[in-house]
Design a protein around this ligand. Structure first.
Ligand SMILES: Nc1nc(=O)c2c([nH]1)NC[C@@H]1CN(c3ccc(C(=O)N[C@@H](CCC(=O)O)C(=O)O)cc3)C=[N+]21
Length: 295
């Protein structure tokens, strides 16, 4: 048996099409959504990623700004940039690329962002809104995963969902979203007892641990839907390539459906960033929210 592939690349291009249509509608009222991305320091991988975001933002018809600060930039300099972006009515979304250099208090920076412009959904206000089932800005990666799950499975209620990984960025918000869909949710992590057995109980398995190919096929229930959030760069015969947290070759034999890496969750993350920027812009202007792009 071989699992169906959940094509995140194709799905993300549909999402970006919906965003572009929403942006075009807004433009008739003279409104252009804008996303500001802040990058501190010069990590080559981050720069590639930030450049891709900029390209896709402009392709959707939105304004895009990149603010690059040197690695040694002070906390105060970063805070004053955030204050400027908060006050700028042309900026509807603010993303501060993580991780930040060690001398910067990342929590303080994130919580200084206007929650209405927090398109990453990392501000404590948005975390609390999501946790209490209220309208929030939802973190992009979990939002993209949920879109793919709904598309594949329709109603998720009553399904056993296991999220492996408890990060604030993916694991915890993913679990909240699945609970909101009435799944029975387990958050597993490095201290979980008998992780293989816990994973085998999952109808929906979301892997977000950041350890290359950690989850083999024999941890997966036959027919399960597997969402692989991991994007790990590994050495393979002198070359580097990307692999997920799931051992794709063995998992594909057991799962009912699985996201590949690359071409799965990654492209959906960027598409959802654009979706959140459109949503933030609509809310800022008191307009109805785009359909199919929010939870
Ligand atoms: N505040 C903040 N928000 C983020 O959302 C955020 C961040 N900081 N810091 C870095 C991580 C990383 N991240 C990725 C998104 C898409 C791909 C992506 O599209 N990957 C392609 C492969 C790209 C390649 O070939 O390298 C894929 O999976 O198909 C990768 C990585 C968002 N992040």
């Amino acid at each position: 048996m071989s699992a169906d592939l959940i094509d995140g690349k194709a799905f993300s291009s549909r999402v970006r099409g919906l965003v572009a249509a929403g942006v075009a509608e807004l433009s008739q009222q003279g409104i252009v959504p804008g996303l500001a991305v802040v990058l501190v320091g010069e990590d080559p991988a981050s720069e590639v990623y930030v450049r891709n975001k900029g390209i896709q933002t402009r392709e959707a018809g939105m304004n895009s700004w990149e603010h690059k600060l040197p690695a040694e930039a002070s906390q105060a300099a970063l805070m004053s940039l955030i204050a400027e972006l908060n006050a700028d009515p042309a900026v509807h979304g603010i993303l501060v690329q993580l991780p930040l250099p060690k001398h910067i208090d990342a929590e303080a920076v994130i919580n200084a962002i206007d929650p209405a412009k927090d398109v990453d959904g990392f501000h404590i206000l948005n975390v609390g809104l999501l946790g209490t089932g209220q309208k929030a800005m939802v973190p992009c990666t979990p939002l993209g995963c949920l879109m793919m799950l709904r598309d594949r499975l329709g109603d998720l209620s009553g399904l056993n969902a296991v999220v492996v990984g408890r990060s604030n960025i993916v694991g915890k918000p993913m679990a909240q979203l699945l609970l909101g869909e009435s799944c029975t949710v387990t958050i597993a992590h490095s201290r979980t007892k008998d992780l293989p057995a816990v994973c085998r109980s999952a109808d929906i398995l979301v892997a977000a641990v950041g350890r290359p190919r950690m989850i083999p096929g024999d941890w997966i229930k036959t027919g399960a839907t597997v969402i692989d959030v991991g994007i790990n760069r590994i050495e393979d015969g002198g070359r580097t390539r990307l692999v997920g947290d799931v051992d794709f070759d063995s998992a594909v034999e057991v799962a009912g459906a699985i996201t590949p890496v690359p071409g799965g969750v990654g492209p959906m993350t960027i598409a959802c960033l654009l979706a959140n920027t459109l949503t933030a812009c609509c809310r800022a202007n008191g307009l109805p929210e785009p359909e199919g792009l929010t939870v």
